[in-house]
Design a protein around this ligand. Structure first.
Ligand SMILES: NC(=O)c1ccc[n+]([C@@H]2O[C@H](COP(=O)([O-])OP(=O)(O)OC[C@H]3O[C@@H](n4cnc5c(N)ncnc54)[C@H](O)[C@@H]3O)[C@@H](O)[C@H]2O)c1
Length: 250
């Protein structure tokens, strides 16, 4: 069997790193893409130390030229990508009346435009191979969250984008799904704690009580769901949003 080539964006740390490592352990070669190529070294090393193949790629997913060049580089140096995980995402929280144009645009550009640019660049390899798997990382905030008008709009947009991809690309053997995590312990939720002026431990305790399984999530929880969705056997599941939230969100 030929090895599948996956791209995971925002894979220098957090959920993206966990996903890249999991897909490599599933047998895929993984392009570890993040803003700064040097930051990807840790994830790449972990994959290589376990006997896998990985490539560090520096690119800003919101920039067309960088995205196109990055995907071409993956095809040339690692192999033609047929698995794409659009995980790169940021928060710039503020209540609506205080939210600046810049906060709005930055979040929409990375979280939503970034997924569009990456998917447009990668789909040509998937259609050529008549097989592909796309997973977009949404959020519980897609359902609405205080101080996250920009972020929740980007994630709800990502869910609509996912369903359209499923309808357009299904005939090429490509599935597109989204995962919607709730609180996962990463740098992003550490920032959230800072924004709330609370210690990370206190925020974790608060969220634990609200989550049915009585714990917060870890990157590996999301990676496992993504691993399933990009697997061969998940080929009849498309256009879905799977909550990875220790309970139902919707
Ligand atoms: N942590 C959570 O609780 C949680 C919950 C729901 C959804 N999510 C989503 O999961 C994804 C990963 O979140 P995380 O918690 O691991 O965050 P994180 O901040 O730990 O990591 C995000 C990574 O994305 C990279 N990145 C940011 N902007 C980029 C850009 N323009 N181009 C390329 N890379 C870029 C960062 O450098 C970073 O390495 C995000 O889409 C986030 O919205 C996280």
């Amino acid at each position: 069997m030929t090895q599948k080539i996956a791209i995971v964006t925002g894979a220098a740390r957090g959920i993206g790193a966990g996903t890249a490592i999991k897909l490599a352990s599933d047998g895929m070669a993984v392009a570890v893409l993040d803003l700064d190529e040097d930051d990807c070294a840790k994830t790449v090393k972990e994959i290589e130390n376990a006997g896998g193949r990985a490539l560090a790629v520096g690119a800003d997913v919101s920039k067309t030229d960088q995205v196109n060049a990055a995907v071409e580089r993956v095809a040339a140096e690692l192999g033609e990508p047929t698995v794409l995980v659009n995980n790169a995402g940021i928060i710039r929280d503020a209540n609506l009346f205080k939210m600046t144009d810049e906060q709005w645009d930055t979040v929409i550009n990375v979280n939503l435009r970034g997924a569009f640019l990456m998917t447009r660049a990668a789909q040509k390899y998937m259609t050529a191979h008549k097989w592909g798997r796309i997973v977009n990382v949404s959020s519980s905030s897609a359902l609405g969250n205080r101080a996250q008008a920009n972020y929740s709009a980007s994630k709800a947009g990502l869910e609509g984008f996912t369903k359209t991809l499923a309808k357009e690309l299904g005939k090429f053997g490509i599935t597109a799904n989204a995962v919607a995590p709730h609180f996962i312990a990463t740098d992003m939720t550490a920032t959230l704690a800072k924004n709330l002026k609370m210690s990370f431990e206190d925020v974790v305790e608060t969220f634990k009580k609200q989550i049915p399984v009585q714990r917060v999530g870890q990157p590996a929880d999301v990676a496992y769901a993504i691993s399933f969705l990009v697997s061969e056997g998940a080929g009849f599941i498309s256009g879905q949003v799977i909550d990875v939230a220790g309970g139902p969100l919707r």
